[in-house]
Design a protein around this ligand. Structure first.
Ligand SMILES: Cc1cc2nc3c(=O)[nH]c(=O)nc-3n(C[C@H](O)[C@H](O)[C@H](O)COP(=O)(O)O)c2cc1C
Length: 393
């Protein structure tokens, strides 16, 4: 007998809160950032992380077995410096295929693809991301970026749009993507940037209503976009801890009051954890001052100055922070110091922190052994049993 054609969806949809750990009950959620590239530090120390597949899987499995909520990629098509195609900042694995591989190699953490709207069509993004959602059992997430790095977009012959136009394009891109992810019938769409004829994409994601969207726009229009669409937004924590609750509240209030939605607020932090504070500070000085890759930092800052809406006074202060990490906070000291820094963020209302280390395997091991138990004792995280697995088939 000839079997009937398969018409049922590949997997029943489930509420994303059941499968995606970024919705678990931990007061402070954690993740890693940048393991598909060199990490975040801009340094010349020889032990700096490199994205060999063995290193990528090892970092992901340490993150996963520690019960951290997110593994987040970045998307870069070129390095910071033109004429240096082999510079570590240029060696970045494609986020979609990286995520598909890690979905298979992990069991718990959410895997976030970062994608550039100007160079990936939403139909391509819809199908690739649904496929990763299936492989991971509903643990996919999407970090959408409008793009700001002119040379990498010009490489495609896709000119960098004016700032406001970038976010209009991203808005339309996300609208089309979400329709492809969710609508049961084919649809036509004609906007300013996209024309879709009989649009559909199967399979659709497991996660309902849709996989979480992350956005990290820094400008005012970027903030508005993130509050309107982001399930996770980002702030750069001020140097003055007293300002943190206000920074968090202003994002959450904007999302609630203007867009009638809830958003998590996350931030980035580089971690330097050692047995003593002096050792940690000495190591930070070694990799982020004495052996800082300042050519790369300055090239990246120049690009940002020219193409993103970053205040020049902030950029100068970011020189050291960018050598140390991605420009976010730096948590330096003993396990007690790192844990108390994280506790202060949580008390200010931060929902999650994406962490990075010069050497992810070493850093994650120290962090799991010594910082996580402290966060658990402080009531910020439940001990991870390893049994709280994604539940979708
Ligand atoms: C956590 C985080 C991840 C980011 N990932 C990327 C990325 O992978 N690629 C990229 O081009 N920009 C990335 N960005 C930059 C932002 O998406 C944004 O373009 C930038 O902060 C400038 O803001 P604006 O577009 O509002 O001016 C990231 C920013 C943050 C804070």
């Amino acid at each position: 007998m000839i079997p009937a054609p398969i018409t049922a969806p590949l997997a029943e949809g489930v509420d994303r809160e059941r499968t995606n750990p970024i919705y678990n009950g931990n007061k402070l959620k954690l993740g890693t950032f940048g393991t598909n590239g060199k990490g975040t530090a801009n340094t010349l120390v020889p032990e700096q992380y490199r994205p060999t597949w063995a290193n990528v899987v090892k970092a992901a499995q340490l993150t996963d077995s520690a019960g951290l909520e997110a593994i987040v990629s970045y998307a870069h098509w070129k390095g910071h410096e033109l004429g240096k195609p082999d510079h570590p900042s240029a060696v970045v694995l494609d986020p979609y295929t990286w995520a598909a591989g890690l979905a298979q190699a992990t069991k718990y953490s959410a895997i976030f693809v970062t994608t550039h709207a100007p160079v990936i069509h939403p139909i391509t993004a819809a199908k690739q991301s649904s496929t990763i959602d299936l492989i991971s059992g509903g643990r996919f997430g999407l970090n959408v970026v409008a793009g700001w790095n002119r040379p990498e977009l010009e490489m495609f012959g896709a000119p960098l749009k004016e700032h406001e136009e970038r976010y209009k394009h991203l808005d339309e891109w996300l609208h089309v993507l979400k329709r492809l992810w969710t609508e049961s019938d084919e649809f036509d769409y004609e906007g300013t940037f996209f024309k879709i004829i009989n649009g559909s994409s199967r399979p659709q994601p497991i996660q309902k209503p849709n996989p979480p969207i992350m956005n990290a726009g820094g400008s005012e229009i970027g903030r508005q976009f993130a509050a309107k669409h982001g399930d996770m937004c980002f702030i750069q924590a001020s140097d003055d801890p007293k300002a943190w609750p206000g920074q968090v509240a202003s994002y959450k209030d904007l999302a609630r009051e203007k867009y009638n939605r809830e958003t998590q607020v996350w931030m980035l932090a580089a971690v330097v954890q050692r047995e003593t504070r002096a050792e940690a500070e000495a190591y930070l000085k070694r990799y982020a001052v004495e052996l800082a890759d300042l050519d790369s930092v300055d090239a990246s800052n120049r690009l940002r100055m020219e193409n993103a809406k970053i205040r020049p006074d902030l950029l100068e202060g970011m020189r050291f922070r960018k050598a140390a990490g991605a420009g976010g906070s730096i948590l330096v000291g003993t396990a007690d110091d790192v844990a108390s820094n994280l506790q202060a963020f949580a008390e200010a209302g931060i929902d999650g922190v994406l962490l990075s280390w010069v050497d992810f395997a070493d850093g994650l091991t120290r962090f799991q052994e010594e910082v996580l138990p402290r966060l658990e004792r402080a009531g910020l995280r439940r001990p991870f049993s390893g049994l709280q697995k994604a539940t979708a088939a």
